[in-house]
Structures are given as C-alpha cells and as structure tokens.
Design a protein around this ligand. Sequence first.
Ligand code: AMP
Length: 400
Amino acid sequence: MKILVINCGSSSLKYQLIDMDNESVIAKGLCERIGIDGGHVEGKTSDGREYDLEINLPNHTVAFHKVKDALLEGDCKVIDSLDEITAIGHRVVQGGALYNQSVIVTPEVIRDIDKLSALAPLHNPAHIQGINACTEVFGNEKPQVVVFDNAFHSTMPKYVYSFAIPQELAKKHAVRKYGAHGTSHKYLVERYAEMKGISLEGTKIITCHLGNGSSITAVKDGKCMDTSMSLTPLDGLIMGTRSGSIDASAVTFLQEHEHWTPEETSEFLNKKSGLLGVSGFSSDMRDNIEARNNGDENAKLATDMLFYQIRKFIGAYTAAMNGVDAIIFAGGIGENSIPTREAVIKELGWLGIKLNEEANDCRGKEIKISTDDSAVEVWVIPTNEELAIARDTKRLVETL
Ligand code: AMP
C-alpha cells in the first residue's frame, strides 16, 4: 500500500510518498512560495534522482498538479498511475477540542477545520486548500485522512489546559491550551516502547522536540499530561524566532509603548524574537553555538536561555508526573546538537541521570545517550511525523 502524506502551509506544500509494506519513503519534495512570485518545486526519489523547478504557483491546486506530474512523469517518475496511491494523509495543525484522533475527511470535517481557523489562521485555511486540491486531482473517491497536530494532547487534564481567566469568556472563545507537535511526541513515545518491547502503561516519559519550533511534553501511561506549547505554538521554550513564554503584561506594555497594532505585536513575538531576537543575528542554533564558541555574548545568552529552559521544563514535568523513566530528544536541535544535550543533561544529576559522553557524540541516529547505571534513560530518537501520519492513514483506510 502506498500513502501520500501532505503537509500544507500557507505558502508551501511538502509531500512524501511512503510504501507502507516496508514503511520506506519512495519520493519526497516541496513546493514553496505558493501564491507569491518566484514559485519553486523540488523533490527527490529514494534511488537518488532529483528535480528542481522554478515555476509560478498561483495556488495549492497548481502546486499539487506539479507534485502529481513529478510522481507520474519525467526523470523522477515513481508510479505509473494515481491508482497506485491508496490514500492521502494530511497534517492539520488545529483540531481544537473537536478532534482527539485522526479521521477520514468528510464535508463536515472540512467545515470543522474551517471553523477552527480563528485558532490557526495561517495553517487551517492552507490545509483546506490542500484537501481541496487533492480532491480535484484524485477525485472524490480517493480516501483522505486528517491527522491533527494537537490530538495527542487531548488527554491533558482540565486543570492543566485551562487558563486562570473567567471561564465563561474562555469557553466563549475556546481559549485554552491545545499544544502542538503532537504527532511527533506520540511517535517518539511509541517508538521508545517498540524499541524496548514494553507497554506504555505505567511509564513516565518526557519528550523534547527541539527544532525551529520547540515543545516539551510530559507523557504518563502513554497519554499526554502537559505540554509546553499552548493556545498557539508561541508558548513555552525560546525558539528560532518565537519568544516562548513571556509575561502577558510585558506584551501589553510593549504594544502600548511601541504603538504596535495586534498584528505587529504578533509578528514581533513570532518572527523577530527567540534566538534571532536575543542573538541579534540568527534564528539557527548552529550559528548561535558557533558564535557562542567564538565569544559572542548575545549568542551565549540566547543558548544559555534555551539550555536553562529545557532543564526547567524537565524538572517541572518530573514533578507533574511524580517521576520520570525516560527523556527523549528529537527535532533538528534535539537530534543533532551535541552541546545542547550535554548542557541539559549534565545539570540533571539530581535526577540520578548520567550522560554517556561517547554515545552523545552523534547526530541524527537512534541511540541511548545515558549510561547503563543512569537512574533515568536518555535517548535520541529521530522523529518521523510523516510516517506517523501515514500509519494513521493506513489504519483508518483499512476500516473502510
Ligand atoms: P527543525 O525545525 O527540526 O528542522 O530544526 C531546525 C534547527 O535544528 C535549527 O536551529 C538548526 O540550527 C538545528 N540544527 C540542525 N542541525 C544541527 C546541528 N548539527 N547542530 C546544532 N543544531 C542543528
């Protein structure tokens, strides 16, 4: 069975065609600058063929036609007919409180995703465009599945996801913690259990998805208990360009004194803050670590903030779960940044954690980086959100 996984952003479309018989990627690629001048499509196949096109992409349907053409024709052809693709799985950022699991797309599901656009104005409308583009290319009969980014977090207790504001107003606007990166956090705990050959029942795991966007999740008995992102992916840790947690009064103070509109304030917190804002030159962790090593004080502050905040969340979530059995690192930083993992783990001695420095000296591979006598296991597990989406899609399609 072949599943096409689609991840649509407001101006981008990423795809992976996955062979579910052996869970391997057949082809993958990316359309950028959809609806903006200077469109670009690129992709590659698992046997090393590549394509790269500069082409105007006025909307997601045109972009999706390019993806279809790349799969069916030319140097990077991997299938003879669209019939070879059994179903399509879409990543959807915001399912609100309406969806706690993946579902088959129906007109009602599309209406719900649309209704929830107020909570994810950049993402949900783009997801609908992606679903509609797929329907146009594949027809109504091809099953499509949506996998919600926050579904895994739907098990958070009310006292965790509620904000301390009048509840009538919170309810009126559906304002609460939803979390994000759920597909990744779920994949990580399930992969851990699979590797260890254990059930998640009775386990306490902290998953650290650290990339351009970062979130940490407390997972008890395989269920999310708390997560660092909130109503939107702005909350929690310092990120590439996002501030992470910040006193709401600092936001209203800056808005008033800088005479910003709400849109300008949002742009400042989402696009100009984080590692970029503190270092003053880059949102990229590699650049910041390099500058830190060369004595740059601002880069040192930015990276120290991230190291400290990761430790603080691990400490808080250990308390939240009354213990921790395993900590998992993933995402571009979690999988690759040796100094980040070292800086975090070396300060967790109070938990009886011991770092295996030799094992930690690695990038992008599945490995235990704590010593055998460490009281808590620490792992690096490369995340695979596309595979998690394809698995859910396969599971649901098989029930049809
Ligand atoms: P992601 O959003 O998961 O793709 O992660 C992007 C982040 O991972 C960026 O901040 C990169 O600098 C960081 N990253 C990728 N490779 C490395 C590396 N070798 N060392 C440190 N950070 C890295």
